[in-house]
Design a protein around this ligand. Structure first.
Ligand SMILES: Cc1cc2nc3c(=O)[nH]c(=O)nc-3n(C[C@H](O)[C@H](O)[C@H](O)COP(=O)(O)OP(=O)(O)OC[C@H]3O[C@@H](n4cnc5c(N)ncnc54)[C@H](O)[C@@H]3O)c2cc1C
Length: 458
């Protein structure tokens, strides 16, 4: 086989055979494609066990699909630029294709790789490339509704392409064994993702999305985020599905779901245009906030013992399962940043260690949005009241009781504020009192945010 007849599909976060532009490009002209995954020690060394397990499960699933097609997933460990260089020379001068990723880390890694091989980056992580969604002055949008309008014009009617092709023989080059799967966790892979999407669309999930999506006491959302994170299903497929559903009776719900998917595109675009947002407030006036950063309170938040049942339930689920509902992410993020006055970066960091769907763009976007320091963020004076949020989105306490069994016997009426239950003393419940008093903590946060604003001279 000569170099011109084959190419390398460098898989990073596009673990799918369907609707994959990098794969389609790699196969152009009838070339045989070598599917290569590189375990980069900078990533596998991260303290993110649950997410890595999910990735590894996805690698096994992809390998199984490729084996059905007479090939396999080729795996190597090391610095990507070096590994690509040596694989390309083993195969004879070979071109590499990969789906472009937008984080500062990925952009540096890909620039490095370009120094050692011929690498072509393709679209696919988003439906529309962030560089295209610009306002009339050629600048990126800071307001979601404006971004969404332009994005919808550019995306148009989205369709999904079949991109399975001819893959390299299993012995084309040496491969390391796939990482073994340790511990429990959800099964990953394209087939699981497809089934979940089908179930979400055909059951009442999508139909009731507009009305129920904020409820945390039952399954009200697709649960697809970890699969999207690793490209086990394409962003185009989600949008095509939502657009098709929007033509039927489920129009309102389908549009509402599509909007959430466009939030994802908005945050990917934000990281592309504002890479500094991974570490700095997008509203510079808030860079001067005097955070309290009390380590004991940070530990109580992480471990789910703040004395606020809905916060504690969410933090415990996060640590156990690596996934929590969007509403819960907002509640616990607001609690950390506002009630405890702890820097959003410490919270974002903890989320990245725990989340199976941990994605720099969505995570930073979500944290900066909740803190009020980001693009089109919630106004900084909006502080979630954990008691009212709990009552509204977990009205019978089913969610809290599952994760905070200590308060299971507290009557519904007091479940989200057990300290007000007159029989609390006699019930001898082993649950901490609230770590802060919400009203006073809220005022303290507003004072700190206001002080930062008024002393800002930039
Ligand atoms: C503080 C905070 C941190 C977050 N960190 C992450 C993260 O690391 N990774 C991540 O994928 N999402 C993150 N989110 C966004 C959101 O919470 C999850 O995407 C969502 O809960 C996933 O559930 P689902 O797949 O059932 O979503 P659905 O409601 O079914 O939505 C479909 C898809 O749209 C996208 N999406 C939905 N809501 C949002 C949103 N608000 N922002 C961006 N994309 C969205 C996701 O890809 C999701 O899978 C964060 C939100 C907050 C407030």
């Amino acid at each position: 086989m000569t170099g011109s007849e084959q190419s390398i599909w460098w898989i990073r976060r596009d673990l799918r055979l369907n609707d994959n532009t990098a794969l389609a490009k790699a196969a152009t002209g009838g070339r045989t494609v070598l599917p290569l995954f590189i375990l980069d020690p900078r990533l596998t060394g991260l303290d993110a066990e649950k997410r890595l397990r999910f990735l590894y499960s996805g690698l096994h699933a992809l390998d199984a699909e490729l084996k059905k097609l007479g090939s396999r997933l080729f795996l190597r460990t090391g610095d990507p630029a070096q590994v690509l260089g040596s694989v390309a020379s083993e195969l004879g001068e070979t071109k590499v294709y990969a789906e472009e990723d937008f984080t500062p880390f990925s952009r540096r890694r890909d620039a490095d790789a370009m120094n050692s091989v011929q690498l072509e980056l393709t679209g696919g992580l988003t439906v529309v490339h962030p560089a295209k969604v610009l306002n009339r002055e050629g600048r990126p949008y800071r307001v979601f509704s404006q971004f969404k309008k332009r994005w919808e014009e550019l995306a148009g009617e989205v369709s999904v392409r079949q991109t399975r092709t001819r893959f390299a023989a299993p012995d084309a080059i040496d491969s390391e064994p796939l990482p073994s799967l340790q511990g429990d966790g959800p099964d990953a892979g394209e087939a699981v993702a497809e089934r979940m999407l089908d179930r979400f669309v055909s059951s009442s999930g999508l139909e009731n999305y507009a009305s129920d999506r904020s409820r945390v006491d039952s399954t009200t959302t697709s649960g697809l985020s970890p699969f999207i994170r690793f490209g086990m299903i394409s962003a185009r497929q989600l949008v095509a599905t939502a657009q098709a559903a929007a033509k039927g009776e489920t129009e309102t719900s389908a549009r509402s779901w599509l909007s959430e998917v466009i939030w994802r595109e908005f945050f990917q675009s934000a990281i592309y245009h504002f890479p500094e947002s991974t570490t700095r407030c997008l509203r510079p006036e808030f860079e001067g906030i005097e955070w309290r950063n009390n380590p004991d309170e940070l530990a109580a938040w992480r471990e789910g013992r703040t004395g606020y049942p809905v916060v504690d339930a969410a933090m415990r689920q996060l640590q156990a399962e690596g996934w929590i509902h969007n509403r819960l992410r907002m509640i616990v993020a607001s609690f950390l940043v506002k009630d405890l006055l702890i820097d959003w970066r410490l919270g974002a960091n903890w989320f990245m260690r725990q989340l199976i769907d941990g994605d720099t763009a969505a995570n930073i976007g979500g944290w900066q949005w909740t803190a009020g320091t980001g693009l089109d963020a919630a106004p900084y004076f909006r502080v979630f009241n954990p008691v009212l949020q709990g009552r509204k989105f977990d009205p019978h306490g089913d969610y809290v009781r599952r994760w905070v069994p200590e308060v299971a016997s507290v009557p519904d009426r007091f479940l989200h504020n057990p300290w007000d239950w007159p029989e609390l003393q006699s019930a001898k419940i082993d649950y901490p009192p609230p770590i802060v008093e919400h009203k006073a903590a809220r005022q303290r946060a507003l004072d700190a945010f206001n002080a930062a604003k008024s002393s800002y001279t930039g």
